[in-house]
Design a protein around this ligand. Sequence first.
Ligand code: G6P
Length: 616
Amino acid sequence: MCGIFGYIGYQDAAKMVAIGLKRLEYRGYDSWGIAVISEKLKVKSKKLFVEKQVGSIGDTKTFNSKLLTLNSSIGIGHTRWATHGGVTKTNAHPHFSTDKSFALAQNGIVENYTELKSSLSKKGYKFETETDTEVIVRLIEDKQSLRSKDLKQKLASHLSSGNVNLKEAVRLAFLELEGRNTIILISNDGQVIACRNGSPLIIGKNFKTGEIYLSSDTLSFAPFANKMLIIENGQLVQIIDKNITISDLSSGKVIKNKFEDIGFEAEEVEREGFPHFMVKEIYESPYVIEQLVSKDRKTFENFAKIINECANVYTIGSGTIGVAAAQIAFYLRLYGKKKVISLIGADSVEYLPLFKKGDLIIAPSQSGETADVLEVLEKAKQKGVKIASIVNMPGSSMTRLSDYKFMMQAGPEICVMSTKAYIFPIAWGYLISKTVQGKYDEGIKNLITLADEMDNWLKQNKNHKDIKFLAKKLATKKDIFLLGKYQNFQIIREGMVKLIEGTYKHAHALPSGDLKHYVITLIEKGVPVIVAISEDIVKQDLLNSVHEVKARGADIIAIAPKNHSDYNTFIQVPDCGQVSAIMNVIPLQLLAYYMAVELGNNVDKPRNIAKSVTVK
Ligand code: G6P
């Protein structure tokens, strides 16, 4: 993760980079840093200044930094999600070179950083931080100064004056990095250089004003630029005096490129009177379902044929979206009658040799940049597997590598805890499964009713009052258990994810029937057990599990259409038939929300997590 941003133009670069970083904060908010070149000081060579701080960049309207006094027009910045090294000012990016001639920021992980660091240390390089990023800086310095004899020989042909130029040094250093990395650097002679291998990098340009932006995503600069150029893996960008040159990293050869229209408006997203983005986004779920049902029927019918023709079908995702991927697989098994396997992005290794031509992988993703998933998709694609993606972020890596591309149209999701971007793919999964079953119309009808019921439920104050009351009670508990089965199993898993993210408490979701095999040892008087029960074929099984934990003193909280004498707390939801499970997500999300508020946690930016995870 981490977000990187660059600006070259006529406005104050520090301010523009701060605005960009604010829009990228969903990628990490442990610390931020900005480097600019000051043209204020009338010195021969321009000077490079860096400011770094721990924490998020805060409100850009009141952004106050000494960098703002420097009249800079070129700058880069970084918003960090710490991987190597603690959350400190020293470890924050950008990192200066020893002679302060350039500063560099990175998004990724240098997987061979231990080896590189030890070889650079042997050559006498000093390290001030615990980051893998500083290794890249020193490696570039090494390439520049040609301390390595081997390199001197190799580069004899490149040399004009005994020193390798910065671009060439960056290129050579970058080629030695293992892992998924993207870097950006600014030098005191006014150059901005960036390289991509894995983590996203996009250039934006305003063709009227000539301003240039570099960023980890398009949304961050979309309000200011009208064209974009997506940098591919294995490419290097050099910008000097507003001239952009793209070259191939391995050969160094210049590549021709064409800017394309950004193709969407990125307005400033406001909370619109809601205290937090999370609750606003929960309220938007019915609208998200309406967006889905208004999509072209043909798209679903065509894709249903593809699913039917494929040998093996997999779904994949990480975190919340991994849970959504599992629910899509559930619906495809239940209604599509396809043997579909769901995978977790970071835990798919044993499947890699099994993928083969004729298979299909369905990947939902809010960002379309999740490294754990992208890596599996890239490997599967090489083996001839077809990829389908359902992505919320326009222009993402996942969309571009997909054979079948679906856009979520959930609108920007700002809260790091994902809510409406979980609802869209599971509703999509239900609809595509109904289409495979030959019952598209029934699927649409059920989803339209669901959107209405959900909207209605969200508008009733009593529901919020009840959940707030429950949140207050659960905020004092240490552990929370969640039970579900069949259509509700992945739903309570998502409830668990939201509770963990929002409350920093231990939550544990499990298939209700498995409870008696081990977890029941943990149930004692007063332990909260949340259960999602629908009016379906497994209702009685779930009630049996409820009896079993109730007998051991558990405090039962049921999300269900009908009350039962075993429930201590009853959160009533409408009976939405085949899509009941999707309805049940809403009270669980709201419970996590109200608990986070009750506990005084940072609701929209929970500690230690990020919205887009572009590292493995
Ligand atoms: C992070 C986020 C989750 C998200 C997951 C996958 O862990 O905190 O909310 O579900 O990444 O992200 P994606 O962009 O692929 O949906």
